[in-house]
Design a protein around this ligand. Structure first.
Ligand code: BES
Ligand code: MN
Ligand code: ZN
Length: 508
C-alpha cells in the first residue's frame, strides 16, 4: 500500500496581485441581492468589472460552484477562479466549515492544476487554518490500482498557498501543522477504505497499521488467529471463520509521559462484509469493502494525536475479520463465547459488526479507560434514520454530548440518538445470554443497546462510553462535494482528534 505524496502548503500575506500561482481563488457569496465578491483581494476597478459579468458568466456563489476565468492584466496568476461560498450575510462572519468546504471544493475541482493560491475571506488564524485544512482534504486522489496506460486522471493540486492577513501571527504555525496532521490522517483513512478487499484483509490491514505507526511513539501488538483462540476472542473468530483470510486484533498504544486522560477507541474492521451465510443481495454488497471504516478511523485518529503530541493516553483496538460464507462459516443459530465469557446466539450472520465489537469493547474495558469510544459502520438503519451525510452518536449522556460538541467544532455532522431501555428485551435469546439481532425498527439503536452490554465497569460503575455509527457517511457512493471525494470519506477522524483536544482543555 503506497503512501500518497502530500501537497506542499505555504502562507502569504503579500498583495495577491503578485501571487505567481497558476490559479488564484477568490470567494463569491450569495446574498438576497445576488452574488458578491467577499473581501475581494482584487483592485476596486477589477472587482467591479468581474462582478459586473456575474450574470453573463452564470456565477451564483452557490456551494461547490467553481468558475474559471482567464488571468487579468493586474494579476500574476494565470487564471482567476471564482469559488462559491454559499449564503453570506453582511456583518456575520463565515463559519470555519464554510471556508473549509469552499477551499476543499475549489482545490478538488482544480485537479490538473499544479499551484493554487486561495484568497478567501480568512483573516484570523482559525480561518486560515480552516482554509488550509479544507484544501488538503480536497487535494486527494486514489490511483494506486490504475495502470499507467489507462485513462489519465488529472493529478491533485500539488502546491497550496493560503493568502491571509494572519500570515505573520505566531499561532499560525502550529495551526497549520495541525491542519497538515489532520489532512494526512483523513486522507490515509480514505485510502484504507478505498483499498479493495483483494488487497486489504485482516493480515494486510494489521501490517499496514504497523507500517503507519513506524517512527511514532506508538506501540503495536497484533493477535493472530492462534492467540485470539488462546485468549477467547470468540466474536472476532466466529465472524472470521468463513474466510480463508484469518482474523486479527490490533492494539495501538500511545502513552505520553504527562498524560492527563486515558482514552480507549475501538473500531469495526470488517474488510469485506458479504453477510456470511445470511448473504447480502448483490447490490447490498457493493460498498462493503468500506465496512472496516471504523478501524481505519481509530487507527488514524490515534496516529494524529501522537503526531500532535497531545498529552492524552490513547489505546486503539482494531477488530479485523472478513465476513464470508463457506463450509466453515458460522451458521445462523450458532452460539459463540465472546471475550470475557458472555455467550451470543448468532441469529443473523450479517449482524457481524456487533460480534467483533463485543470482543473489542470487553478487552478495551479491562484497562479501565476514563472514556471508551467505538466507531463502526454498524447498521443500514443508520442510513434510514439520518441519511448519508449525518453520523449518529449514542451512549452515556456526557460522552455523547461531548462527542457532538467536538464534531461541531471539527465541522463534521453528527447527531445524538437515544438508547431506549425497552429495546434490550428484544435481544433476549432462548439459548444464550443475548441474541445478535432484535427489534428491527430503530435498528441502529438496537445495535447500540447490544454493544452497551459489553462495556465494562470500573469499581461497579460503567465506563463512560459513546458509540459512533458512521455506516452511511463513511463511504460516499454519490458525487464528490465540498472536500469530500467519492468512496472513502475519512469521517470521524477529525471529531475524535477534536474530542481529545477538548478533554485536555477541560482538564487544564
Ligand atoms: N455493514 C453492515 C451495515 C451497513 C449497511 C453499513 C450499509 C454500510 C452500509 C452491517 O454489518 C449489517 O449488515 N447490518 C445489518 C444488521 C441486521 C442484519 C440486523 C443491517 O443493517 O441490515
Ligand atoms: Mn453485516
Ligand atoms: Zn458489517
Amino acid at each position: 500500500m503506497s503512501k500518497a505524496s502530500e501537497p506542499d502548503l505555504q502562507v502569504l500575506s503579500r498583495d495577491v496581485r503578485k501571487v505567481a500561482a497558476q490559479a488564484l481563488v477568490v470567494g463569491v457569496g450569495q446574498t438576497p441581492d445576488g452574488p458578491v465578491l467577499v473581501d475581494s483581494p482584487l483592485s476596486p476597478k477589477t472587482s467591479s468589472a468581474v462582478a459586473g459579468s456575474f450574470g453573463l458568466l452564470g456565477v451564483t456563489g452557490a456551494v461547490d460552484q467553481v468558475v474559471r476565468l482567464p488571468g487579468l492584466p493586474e494579476l500574476d496568476a494565470e487564471m482567476l477562479v471564482l469559488a462559491g461560498l454559499g449564503p453570506v450575510s453582511a456583518g456575520e462572519p463565515l463559519s470555519t466549515e464554510a471556508l473549509r468546504r469552499t477551499a476543499g471544493s475549489a482545490v478538488r475541482q482544480l485537479a490538473g492544476t499544479e499551484t493554487v493560491a486561495l484568497a478567501l475571506p480568512a483573516a484570523s488564524v482559525a480561518d486560515a487554518a480552516a482554509v488550509a485544512e479544507g484544501a488538503l482534504l480536497g487535494a486527494y486522489s486514489f490511483t494506486e490500482h490504475r495502470s499507467s496506460h489507462a485513462s489519465k486522471m488529472p493529478a491533485p493540486v500539488s502546491s497550496i498557498t493560503v493568502v491571509t492577513a494572519a500570515a505573520g501571527e505566531p499561532a499560525l504555525k502550529p495551526a497549520l501543522e495541525r491542519a497538515r496532521v489532520l489532512g494526512r490522517a483523513v486522507n490515509s483513512t480514505r485510502s484504507l477504505v478505498n483499498q479493495p478487499p483483494s488487497h486489504l484483509y485482516p493480515e494486510t490491514f494489521a501490517a499496514a497499521a504497523r507500517e503507519a505507526a513506524r517512527g511514532l511513539p506508538v506501540k503495536v501488538t497484533v493477535w493472530d488467529e492462534k492467540k485470539l483462540e488462546r485468549e477467547g476472542f470468540g466474536g472476532i473468530l466466529g465472524v472470521g471463520k468463513g474466510s480463508s483470510r484469518p482474523p486479527r486484533l490490533v492494539k495501538l498504544e500511545y502513552s505520553p509521559a504527562r498524560a492527563k486522560a486515558k482514552l480507549a477507541l475501538v473500531g469495526k474492521g470488517i474488510t469485506f462484509d458479504s453477510g456470511g451465510l445470511s448473504l447480502k443481495p448483490a447490490a447490498g454488497m457493493q460498498a462493503m469493502k468500506s465496512d472496516m471504516g471504523g478501524a481505519a478511523v481509530v487507527l488514524n485518529a490515534l496516529l494524529a494525536i501522537a503526531e500532535l503530541g497531545l498529552p492524552v493516553k490513547v489505546t486503539s483496538w482494531l477488530c479485523l475479520a472478513e465476513n464470508m460464507p463457506s463450509g466453515t462459516a458460522q451458521r445462523p443459530s450458532d452460539v459463540m463465547t465472546t471475550y470475557g465469557g458472555r455467550t451470543v446466539e448468532v441469529l443473523n450472520t450479517d449482524a457481524e459488526g456487533r460480534l467483533v465489537m463485543a470482543d473489542g469493547l470487553a478487552v478495551a474495558s479491562e484497562e479501565s479507560p476514563d472514556v471508551l469510544i467505538d466507531v463502526a459502520t454498524l447498521t443500514g438503519a443508520q442510513m434510514i434514520a439520518l441519511g448519508n451525510r449525518v453520523s449518529a452518536v449514542m451512549g452515556e449522556d456526557g460522552v455523547r454530548d461531548a462527542v457532538k460538541a467536538a464534531a461541531d467544532r471539527a465541522g463534521e455532522l453528527f447527531w445524538p440518538m437515544p438508547l431506549p431501555e425497552e429495546l434490550r428485551a428484544s435481544l433476549d435469546s432462548a439459548t444464550a445470554d443475548i441474541a445478535n439481532i432484535g427489534e428491527r425498527f430503530g435498528g441502529m439503536m438496537t445495535a447500540a443497546v447490544f454493544l452497551r452490554e459489553f462495556v465494562g465497569e470500573v469499581d461497579g460503575v460503567k465506563i463512560p462510553w459513546a458509540h459512533l455509527d458512521i455506516a452511511g457517511p463513511a463511504f460516499n457512493e454519490g458525487k464528490p462535494y465540498g472536500y469530500t471525494p467519492k468512496e472513502g470519506t475519512g469521517v470521524a477522524v477529525r471529531t475524535l482528534v477534536s474530542y481529545a483536544e477538548d478533554v485536555l482543555a477541560r482538564t487544564a
